[in-house]
Write a protein that binds this ligand. Sequence first.
Ligand code: THU
Length: 144
Amino acid sequence: MRGGIPSEAAGVDWDVLRAAADAIAARAYAPYSGLRVGAAGLTERGELLSACNVENASFGLSLCAECGLVSALVSSGGGRLVAVAVTAGDGRPLSPCGRCRQLLAEHGGPDLLVDAGPQLPPRRLGELLPLAFGAEDFARRSPS
Ligand code: THU
């Protein structure tokens, strides 16, 4: 820890991540809600990925920005996410929805850092999604 910020956060340029989220939010397809969301993620290899939300006339089929981010991660070669910023194009953190917390948990785990804005230290995903269901639950419950 340093100044209340997890030490791993020191290597993350949150301004860059937020700017990337803001930039891609402008490309959102959000004609129904009008909420244009961008998600930017940093991988353990230092790659920066981003994606926006894509809505659908059948509302329940809409894809959150974080969903696109996870898809971009896997389709560009995979790896682990270490930091994520989600905004609605205004630089301010947008709280990932419950489904997206689960999606992010699969590819970043509980130590994934989630932006909480410039005034606050980032949060760990484990704080946003405690006791997450994950791959290890299959191992624990598979028949011997
Ligand atoms: N949305 C996201 O992209 N990410 C979230 O974590 C919360 C919600 C999008 C989905 C929908 O297009 C719009 O915001 C309104 O819910």
